[in-house]
Design a protein around this ligand. Structure first.
Ligand SMILES: Nc1ncnc2c1ncn2[C@@H]1O[C@H](COP(=O)(O)OP(=O)(O)OP(=O)(O)O)[C@@H](O)[C@H]1O
Ligand SMILES: O=C(O)[C@H](O)COP(=O)(O)O
Length: 393
């Protein structure tokens, strides 16, 4: 990464405004998955261990500029206190008198967490006044929120206009791993793209065709391609206005000599539920009133073989509706193949990370990104605003 990191700056005696992505799953006021909190610990501990006063900022959910009780960060502060083994002070405000007072009471090595920054309407608008208020709290901005790096908000980007700005360790690691994978890949290089958001992912497919040897398509995304090839897809997910692009990408892959793998067989159901009637059919035999909800056994085997023979694999998006047991086999098979391959495996956040966790393969992966949308935009080749404004090396 060509940006400065916390290794490049003196933090002793400084007050640091550190943006983290503590947008974690919660249920009944409890943090149910603390992966993102744990991922930020190296940066926080570097800062506290080297004598900085640390002000942490994060969003949680999408409160749309107003205080929402369930989206307060108190449970996150509690979990962070446990993980750090020190008290983390938490304010009920994003900025203002309460926050200024709390900052004035900080000693070197102390940690303060301000309230959910999205409670303030200026955050998502990247409002200059709010960005300036954040900058006024500190001497240095550290961005460790890779998961939110694709957002140009006051606490992820705007604040960097006013004080020196560097990357934290998590940000550095994510950018380096994903960057190396894309710019200097081990070969054969395989990308697996699935999930349901055809609109969001079609651009990624375009960029990946320029880089990979094998492109594997699965999940709800596949059926726009299947239909574009002229097959009937029944009630399967379809993004009709993307069919031309799908054709264009398949042509581009052929011209570039990229192996483009699509489902050969699928699991179809007459309803979107575990109790639906289901059967395995060839890709050209999807019945009119049925919906394809997973890849079939032949496809599973083929995809697993490609994965096992690859030296670098990037995966974003499940192969089927893995939340429902009957349609989880495709996603499970891909996760299992990734756990067995000798190749370097990178999981691109969101549901794919949840799937490898659910099936017990998370620890077998080389890198599970903390970014969903951020890793996707990075793979698409877009510049991330949360990185662009950091100081160059
Ligand atoms: N054949 C299918 N039909 C309908 N939905 C599907 C199908 N296959 C997968 N899905 C659904 O796709 C959803 C995940 O899609 P999505 O594009 O959000 O992937 P993701 O990995 O979460 O991506 P991101 O990391 O960008 O958030 C899952 O909830 C899954 O049930
Ligand atoms: O969970 C995420 O992908 C990040 O925290 C960004 O959240 P957002 O999509 O609400 O901006």
């Amino acid at each position: 990464m060509n940006k400065q990191t916390i290794r490049d700056v003196e933090v002793n005696g400084k007050t640091v405004f550190c943006r983290v992505d503590f947008n974690v799953p919660m249920s009944d006021g409890e943090v149910t998955d603390d992966t993102r909190i744990k991922a930020a610990l190296p940066t926080i501990q570097h800062l506290t261990g080297n004598g900085a006063k640390v002000i942490l900022a994060s969003h949680l959910g999408r409160p749309k500029g107003e205080a929402v009780q369930e989206l307060r960060l108190d449970p996150v502060a509690d979990r962070l206190s446990d993980l750090l083994g020190q008290t983390v002070t938490k304010t009920d405000e994003v900025y203002g008198d309460e926050v200024s007072q709390a900052i004035s009471e900080l000693n070197s090595g102390d940690v303060l967490l301000i309230e959910n920054v999205r409670f303030h309407p200026g955050e998502e608008k990247n409002d200059a006044e709010l960005a300036k208020a954040f900058a006024d709290m500190a001497d240095l901005f550290v961005n460790d929120a890779f998961g939110a790096a694709h957002r140009a908000h006051a606490s992820t980007a705007g604040v960097a206009e006013y004080i020196p700005a560097v990357a934290g360790f998590l940000m550095e690691k994510e950018i380096n791993v994903l960057g190396k994978a894309l710019s200097n890949p081990e070969r054969p290089f395989t990308a697996i793209v699935g999930g349901a958001k055809v609109k969001d992912k079609i651009g990624v497919i375009d960029n990946l065709i320029d880089k990979v040897d094998n492109l594997i398509i699965g999940g709800g995304l596949a059926y726009t391609f299947v239909k574009a090839l002229g097959h009937e897809i029944g009630k399967s997910l379809l993004e009709e206005d993307k069919m031309d692009l799908a054709r264009e990408y398949m042509k581009k892959a052929e011209e570039k000599g990229v192996n483009f793998y699509m489902p050969e067989d699928v699991v179809v159901a007459d309803d979107f539920s575990d109790s639906a009637n289901k059967k395995e059919v060839a890709i050209d035999s999807i019945p009119a009133d049925w919906e394809a909800l997973d890849i079939g056994p032949k496809t599973r085997e083929k995809y697993a073989n490609v994965i096992k023979e690859s030296n670098l694999i990037i995966w974003n998006g499940p192969m089927g509706v893995f939340e429902i047991e009957s349609f989880a086999n495709g996603t499970k098979a891909v996760a299992e193949a990734l756990s067995q391959t000798e190749g370097y495996s990178v999981i691109g956040g969101g549901d794919s990370a949840a799937a490898v966790e659910k099936f017990g393969y998370a620890s077998d992966m080389n890198h599970v990104s903390t970014g969903g949308g951020a890793s996707l935009e990075f793979m698409e080749g877009k510049e991330l605003p949360g990185v662009a404004l950091l100081n160059d090396k």
